[in-house]
Design a protein around this ligand. Structure first.
Ligand code: AMP
Ligand code: MG
Length: 653
């Protein structure tokens, strides 16, 4: 008997199934230790590079200075080379007269005559000190008496204004250590020693392959149900950032033969292979099965107690690392940086990464899965008592959290949460903390970006953290932001926002957003009707499907008002954003829903206005005089700001 609901892999053999389970989930530390043990020690292959091409490379060996720098005793000033003993009695009232030798030592001129007692030789900055002389007197401290003599009215100490041979770099001295990354300063030192070619670690060649039938390369049109290949670009860039020579081989479909051919080809021509996707246990997930055929010892770890990143697969095939990163881009990025970068840098002869770290207070409790090391991206803001780290993740499928985050914190595998108020160590994505000038925490609206645009152009860093209206109000009360955008309807007073503004906060009017029914243009069930009639018409058609909104959303309150107790088909589909509602209707997953006018229009949908929502700002009064806050208020009130809002379909208050 066949059951149409049966998943495909049920007709596999028991052996297959057993092989397909994560045999053992290793801890992060154990997985990394086993991976490194299978790869190291190994020699770092070196290559010779001309100095000009060596920028950013790691030195393969220590460099010993082949010469002294400077190569001779050198004058540091324009003046006269003298014997200091001649000037021992020299003073304001007792000038000493010295006869000039018949030579002037310029840069690049080797002196021909010695400086005998009672004589001096004219010398330029950089000129070699002549025999006999042991000090230089600056030209400003001498008076000419004739064409052939000078007078000096001060003593000179031995060695004055002389740089001795080897005083900068001494021949035989260890100049630079193996592993040093060559920057402009190192290039300068090497050039000063006359070194034109250096032995540097050869960048490991790293082949990058994305896997998945659904992947389309950026630049091409997205077909229905397809997504852009994000990991290919991320991994290629991250390999380059960490000393590898990345070769992106494109996205390969989930086809075992094609994938195996691509993997074999990649391994032949590279030192390392990084794949992404297809590492879970789905029927289409093939890469890990192919690895077993590619070389010994094969898979080292498949399943690591990381979050995000559990399906990570680490393998070594005949000495070459082969890695399958999880498909979700954020998971791919974290696992790459945490587990692959250490290995890549060692292969590239580079020292371990030294990411900057800071401590910051976590204002909210962060739940965590027991047994997995969890990475949580955070945005940093300046609070009254120091830095505050807001968790900013949107889940492992989200890519934008990386751009909005300043760094991440780690929650130990043995912890099931990080309590609110924890002073946590944050690893920064950038070398230094750059605390934003304006911090907005609350409900997000695309109109916000229009108003803050001039601030960004003026060089002010604006950070907007979307936590919803209520979360924003709480942050504002704790003094963690400058203001909280809110759109909260109070049933009792039938008014927006004002009843929610607590002590220490004041309400700044923002703009109005028209909420209404969206449908595909031309749908006769909705076209030309009022909102109430449109809903009535939808309810009258049993094939009609709606898309709802999440509990707590301002939009949901409006939908509930229209529907009363009725629960039509689609009611339980409750996405969390205006855009998701529009996408569901545009793609035919639903026939109607409620969203704001600008989003409906951007998606090319029909729109029936229903109610205007007030989007305002709860401003922290104590922060009102700050420069960035004033700049925001000015932008909000400006003609340009209002015009930009109107063009986008908002109505400034
Ligand atoms: P998989 O492990 O192949 O099942 O992939 C898990 C999720 O990550 C799926 O939603 C994939 O569409 C997504 N994914 C896989 N590879 C990529 C990629 N290169 N770029 C963006 N998303 C990806
Ligand atoms: Mg896949």
């Amino acid at each position: 008997m066949t059951n149409p609901q049966q998943p495909k892999n049920l007709n596999k053999t028991r052996d297959d199934l057993e092989q397909d389970q994560f045999l053992t989930i290793l801890s992060r530390e154990e997985a990394l230790a086993r991976f490194e043990a299978a790869l190291f020690p190994r020699p770092v292959p070196a290559e010779q590079r001309p100095l000009a091409d060596a920028l950013g490379c790691a030195l393969a060996e220590d460099i010993v200075a082949p010469i002294d720098v400077p190569p001779f005793d050198r004058s540091n000033v324009d003046g006269f080379a003298v014997r200091s003993a001649d000037l021992s009695s020299s003073g304001e009232a007792t000038p000493v007269r010295l006869m000039l030798n018949d030579e002037a030592i310029a840069c690049g001129i080797a002196p021909a005559r010695p400086v005998l007692s009672g004589t001096a030789t004219s010398i330029a900055t950089g000129g070699p000190v002549p025999r006999g002389a042991d000090a230089i007197v600056m030209v400003e401290h001498t008076q000419p008496v004739s064409a052939r003599a000078i007078e000096i009215r001060r003593a000179a100490s031995p060695g004055q204004f002389v740089s001795y041979a080897g005083s900068d770099i001494a021949r035989g001295e260890n100049l630079l250590r193996a592993g040093t990354v060559i920057g402009s300063r190192e290039i300068g030192m090497l050039a000063a020693c006359g070194i034109a070619v250096v032995s540097v670690a050869r960048r490991p060649r790293v082949a990058v392959i994305s896997t998945g039938d659904e992947l389309v390369q950026p630049g091409n049109e997205l077909r229905p149900a397809a997504i852009y290949d994000t990991n290919g670009a991320i991994v290629t860039a991250a390999v380059s950032e960490n000393g590898g020579d990345a070769v992106f081989l494109g996205a390969i479909a989930d086809d075992e033969a094609k994938l195996e051919a691509a993997m074999r080809g990649a391994l032949e021509s590279s030192d390392m292979l990084v794949l992404s996707g297809g590492t879970s246990k789905g029927a289409g997930d093939l890469s890990h099965r192919i690895i077993a055929r590619l070389g010994k010892p094969g898979i080292i770890a498949h399943g690591v107690a990381l979050k995000p990143g559990k399906p990570l697969c680490l393998a070594v095939c005949d000495g070459k690392p082969v890695v399958i990163l999880p498909g979700f881009p954020t998971s791919a990025m974290f696992t790459f940086h945490d587990m692959i970068v250490p290995v890549l840098r060692r292969m590239a002869g580079l020292p371990p990464r030294s990411d900057a770290k800071v401590f910051a207070r976590v204002p909210v409790r962060i739940a965590s899965e027991l047994g997995r090391t969890e990475f949580v991206m955070v945005s940093l803001v300046e609070g009254d008592g120091g830095l505050i780290a807001y968790p900013s993740g949107k889940g492992s499928g989200a890519i934008t959290s990386f751009a909005q985050a300043d760094g991440f914190l780690k929650i130990d595998a043995l912890a099931d949460q990080m309590p609110a108020g924890t002073d946590a160590e944050v690893t920064l994505f950038t070398p230094h903390v750059r605390v934003p000038d304006l911090v907005i925490v609350g409900s997000h609206c695309t109109g916000l970006d229009l108003v803050t645009a001039p601030l960004a152009r003026a060089g002010l860093v604006v950070r907007s953290i979307a936590v919803g209206s209520l979360g924003g109000l709480a942050a504002a009360r704790r003094g963690e932001c400058d203001f909280a955008p809110i759109h909260l309807f109070d049933e009792k007073t039938e008014s927006y926002n004002t009843p929610y503004v607590a002590d220490g906060l004041e309400l700044v009017p923002g703009w109005r957003r028209m909420q209404g029914i969206v449908f595909r243009s031309g749908d006769a069930r909705f076209e030309g009707l009022s909102a109430q009639d449109a809903v009535r018409s939808a309810l009258a058609d049993p094939t009609c499907i709606m898309v709802n909104r999440n509990q707590g959303a301002g939009t949901r309150i409006l939908i509930d008002r229209l529907l009363g107790d009725i629960r039509p088909d689609g009611y339980w589909n409750q996405p969390r954003s205006h855009n998701a509602v529009a996408a569901a209707v545009a793609q035919g997953r639903a026939d109607w829903g409620m969203t704001i006018a600008p989003v409906a229009h951007a998606a090319g949908l029909g729109f029936i206005p229903f109610a205007e929502e007030h989007y305002d700002f709860a401003l922290v009064t104590a922060r009102k005089q700050r420069l960035a806050v004033q700049a925001f208020l000015a932008a909000l009130a400006s003609d340009e700001g209002r015009a930009a809002l109107e063009r986008a379909g908002f109505r400034p208050a």
